[in-house]
Design a protein around this ligand. Structure first.
Ligand SMILES: [Zn+2]
Length: 182
């Protein structure tokens, strides 16, 4: 259900969960400019609203940041063997506990139009721009591309598989949209 606090120009979707340990958890989707609130089923909506009001100065900051996309340019050493090794080793480390299917080959690419790519012959290309991503974001890129080894599309079956390995994929996908690759 969607709630609005007109005083601070803020709207949020509220979802209830049984025995939700975090109590109240707020996430923000920069692309949709929407707040998402997960709350324990024992907390009444009025209490959530009070909480959202209290935190509204913080949320205003989140909203303002949306305007500023983070511009990133190719790292200057990105064509070097050491850069490629570093990036691919980092991917390998992040995949240590990943038990799904693996690619035949991993490559570094220089495209501005994707973070990762999976070809029909099971080659996964990781964009050099991924060097800017944090581990969670890069892990999402990896899970996304590995899911394409099974589903070569973005239909619900694909996203279900992504979610299996990366439950926070929606938030991480939105975080990636806040970058502009130059
Ligand atoms: Zn994809």
């Amino acid at each position: 259900m969607t709630y609005v606090i007109p005083e601070v120009g803020l709207s949020y979707d509220l979802e209830y969960y049984e025995r939700y340990k975090a109590g109240i958890r707020v996430t923000f989707s920069p692309v949709e400019r929407k707040f998402n609130v997960k709350a324990d089923s024992k907390i009444p909506p009025s209490e959530v609203e009070r909480f959202m009001n209290l935190k509204s100065p913080l949320f205003a900051k989140w909203l303002n940041k949306v305007e500023e996309k983070i511009s990133v340019t190719l790292p200057s050493d990105s064509r070097s063997a050491s850069f490629k090794n570093r990036l691919l080793n980092r991917c390998e480390k992040l995949l240590e506990n990943y038990e799904g299917p693996r690619a035949e080959q991993y490559k570094v690419s220089y495209s501005k139009s994707y973070w990762g790519r999976c070809s029909a012959d099971k080659v996964i290309s990781i964009s050099a721009y991924c060097a800017y991503l944090n581990d969670d974001q890069l892990f999402y890129v990896l899970v996304h591309e590995h899911a394409h080894l099974i589903h070569m599309h973005h239909k619900p079956a694909f996203w279900n598989l992504v979610e299996l390995y990366c439950p926070d994929y929606k938030e991480l996908r939105n975080e990636l949209k806040s970058y502009s690759l130059k």
